[in-house]
Design a protein around this ligand. Structure first.
Ligand code: GTP
Ligand code: MG
Length: 273
């Protein structure tokens, strides 16, 4: 039995699970949990000191689930407190603030911290991750769009939700799907069921969309050297078009990436004799 599998997994029996929250300070981890458990929102920022712990019961199908929630402090200062709490976890609520690009860019570092603390025998494959793109009510400040967040999450086989702890949008849906997925995983012997989303696009497609998003100009977008010939531009375009064509690619953001590639090619060909 894997180290982080809960003790009882027969259908119909009660189940005890451990979930943790993860993500930078001030992204809204505590507020998301509070919104779900207490149906309220606190606008004043009260930083979590170390860890907050709570217990709640939920019903999933015919099973009663006892959930131990460990709400972690996001501040780097609390690293030493956090690192004792990663083990024996079945579910992670991984949160970023859609108005803070740094908090999105930090998600990989959060996974790395967890992986390091679990050690060489720790297995992240049997943990359900729910990525929360939080504070979607702050539309004016939004700088990480849905397709970018969804692409990151789904390419790792994680669940993705757009949430607002303030308005409550997406919160219940997130927790319900999260708990059902954890129960499914426990009943499936600790293996993450293959989801349509994670199986439906390749790493190459995901990486290409990310590269196109971050490209600095049209040459860079097509992956050719500045001053490349018409033939080279057309060849690079055809390769990308095959990879990203909306009929073939369902990765989040593929349509925008495809349009950007078409536009980049047009712009370059106009200026090449
Ligand atoms: P640490 O405990 O320091 O790691 O922070 P945290 O991630 O738990 O953040 P917390 O839940 O304490 O929220 C931080 C601030 O963001 C607070 O002022 C909240 O009121 C605010 N906040 C949280 N969620 C939302 C949201 O969905 N929308 C808006 N507008 N503000 C939010
Ligand atoms: Mg907190």
């Amino acid at each position: 039995m894997e180290a982080n599998m809960p003790k009882r997994k027969e259908p119909g029996k009660s189940l005890r699970i451990k979930v943790i929250s993860m993500g930078n300070a001030e992204v809204g981890k505590s507020c998301i949990i509070k919104r779900y458990c207490e149906k309220r929102f606190v606008s004043k920022y009260l930083a979590t000191i170390g860890i907050d712990y709570g217990v709640t019961k939920v019903q999933v199908r015919d099973r009663e689930i006892k959930v131990n929630i460990f709400d972690m402090a996001g501040h780097p200062f609390f690293y030493e407190v956090r690192n004792e709490f990663y083990k024996d976890t079945q579910g992670v609520i991984l949160v970023y603030d859609v108005g803070q690009k740094d908090s999105f860019d930090a998600l990989d570092a959060w996974l790395a911290e967890m992986k390091q603390d679990l050690g060489p025998h720790g297995n992240m494959e049997n943990i359900v991750f729910a990525v929360c793109a939080n504070k979607i009510d702050c539309t004016k400040h939004r700088c990480v769009d849905e397709s970018e967040g969804r692409l990151w999450a789904e390419s790792k086989g994680f669940l993705y939700f757009e949430t607002s702890a303030q308005t409550g949008e997406g919160i219940n849906e997130m927790f319900q799907t999260f708990y059902v997925s954890i129960v499914d995983l426990c009943e499936n012997g600790g293996k993450r069921p293959i989801t349509n989303s994670s199986a439906s696009f390749t790493k190459e497609q995901a990486d290409t969309i990310r590269r196109i998003r971050n490209s600095k100009d049209s040459w860079d977008m097509l992956g050719v050297k500045p001053g490349a010939s018409r033939d080279e531009v057309n060849k690079a375009y055809r390769k990308l078009a095959v990879l990203l064509h909306p009929d073939k690619c369902v990765a989040p953001g593929s349509e925008d990436a495809f349009k950007a590639v078409v536009n980049a090619r047009t712009a370059l060909l106009k200026n090449i004799k």
